[in-house]
Design a protein around this ligand. Structure first.
Ligand code: ADP
Length: 422
């Protein structure tokens, strides 16, 4: 039996999922972050611990491995792959000090023009004393994969998007050369592309076959999308977590910086989407999770609530309304909590519908089906309300774990199975 391993380096911990050729899960292991989650040495420890915890009979049949990291978590390393300084994590905003310079060279509204982009981080790192020792700039997923295959300077076009890599022409753009970066930018491969066999030390230590391949990885949010099961144009994944995040698979690339909309490449397709500030965090302001469950059961989902809210925690929205001064709208508040919750769920469902309408208006394929992930996915009343608003089937994701999506990527990279779009 052949097996495939996906490893997710996420915000709360690292996870590994092993699947078989039928994409069924055979094992899952977890490694929670301690206080030193920002150190590359702790990522390495997590990686090796996870490998060791996978049952030996699965390790012996492993054909391919892929890793996803958090988007824009980056580090500098020397010619042997040793980090020369502490990595910068996905949410590190110190790159804001170089945005003025980047604005002078990057096209207007480009995705690199954000304090947390990989390029802003790289430009910021250029003034570090240790920069002189650096030979390579890598993303978290690139470096962890290097530990397994031993080749430096390789990335994938999901991680490289916020470095400024042109995912349409598959090259670094001319304007990037204006920064005169004195080290090697990673060579960029399609996610899932086999890079090389495991280093012999690793395959011997963990009893993997010598010809087990390590594939180019991806980012955590794309891996979670891949896990959902969505694979055709028009299929989408709504994440109903603290915020509301929409992702729609399309044949056309859609970008609009005003709304924070951009597209990732997925083989011949594009994954476009946007993130609204509304979502479960507002529900949690008013209701416990148990109340959400119990009160939702009393709602008549077939009937539209007349209450027209814009649920936000604070002023300001980007998508699907671009207005930094948009105030939260949570009145009038009915006396009965069931009515109030109905109004909140209905209003968030309307914002979701408006979001997909905007993506389609900007050129994305027509919506055909919506998968759902996040805490709100387990609420059947909300699903029914959303389906009435969206007018397409709303179903649960096949799986919501990024590690599962990355295992599919490892399998798809070898051309096995049909679950993957690559
Ligand atoms: P995140 O990872 O973004 O913090 P989760 O995916 O864990 O969020 O989802 C948590 C959110 O789900 C909370 O904000 C909570 O309000 C919401 N939630 C939990 N249970 C329910 C429910 N039964 N119905 C609707 N929303 C729920």
């Amino acid at each position: 039996m052949d097996f495939y391993l996906g490893i997710d380096f996420g915000t709360s911990g690292a996870r590994a999922v092993v699947i078989d050729e039928a994409a069924h899960i055979q094992a899952q292991v977890r490694y929670p972050w301690g206080a030193d989650a920002e150190l590359a040495s702790s990522w390495q420890r997590a990686l090796l611990t996870l490998l060791g915890e996978i049952p030996e009979e699965l390790r012996r049949g492993m054909r391919a491995i892929a890793i996803n990291g958090t988007s824009s978590t980056v580090l500098l390393c020397d010619g042997d792959g040793n980090p020369v300084d502490t990595p910068l994590l996905y949410n590190d905003g110190r790159g804001s000090s170089v945005l003025g310079e980047l604005r002078d060279i990057a096209p207007p509204n480009h995705t690199v023009l954000s304090a947390t982009s990989s390029l802003a981080k790289l430009r910021w790192m250029m003034q570090l004393p240790a920069f002189g020792e650096a030979r390579y700039f890598l993303h978290q997923a690139d470096w962890l994969a290097f530990l397994l295959h031993g080749q430096l300077g390789i990335s994938d076009y999901h991680n490289a998007l916020k470095l400024g890599y042109d995912v349409e022409c598959l090259q670094y753009p001319e304007w990037l050369l204006g920064l005169q970066i004195p080290l090697e930018l990673p060579k960029v491969l399609a996610p899932g592309t086999p890079i090389g066999e495991l280093r012999p030390e690793i395959s011997q230590q963990f009893l993997f076959p010598a010809n087990c391949l390590v594939c180019a990885g991806t980012t955590d949010s794309i891996a979670a999308f891949l896990a959902s099961g969505a694979k055709s144009p028009g299929e989408a994944v709504t994440s109903l977590g603290s915020t509301l995040v929409l992702k729609l698979l399309s044949r056309t690339r859609v970008e609009d910086a005003r709304y924070g909309i951009y597209s990732h490449r997925l083989g011949d397709l594009w994954l476009t989407g946007g993130a609204s500030n509304t979502g479960g965090a507002v529900l949690r302001e008013f209701f416990s999770d148990a109340e959400l469950e119990n009160l939702s059961r009393e709602i008549d989902a077939g009937k539209a609530s007349e209450l027209d809210y814009y649920p936000l925690l604070k002023v300001g929205e980007r998508f699907p309304i671009n207005d930094a001064n948009l105030p939260p709208r949570l009145t009038p508040r009915p006396d009965h909590p069931v009515e109030f919750l109905h109004g909140l769920l209905e209003s968030i469902a309307r914002i979701e519908t408006q979001g997909y309408e905007l993506l389609q208006k900007l050129g994305a394929d027509s919506l055909t089906q919506v998968y759902t992930a996040g805490g709100g996915a387990k609420n059947p009343t909300w699903t029914a309300i959303r389906q009435r608003n969206l007018q397409v089937p709303v179903i649960s994701s096949m799986n919501t774990e990024a590690a599962y999506g990355t295992a599919l990527l490892a399998m798809g990279g070898l051309g096995v199975g049909e679950e993957i779009i690559f």
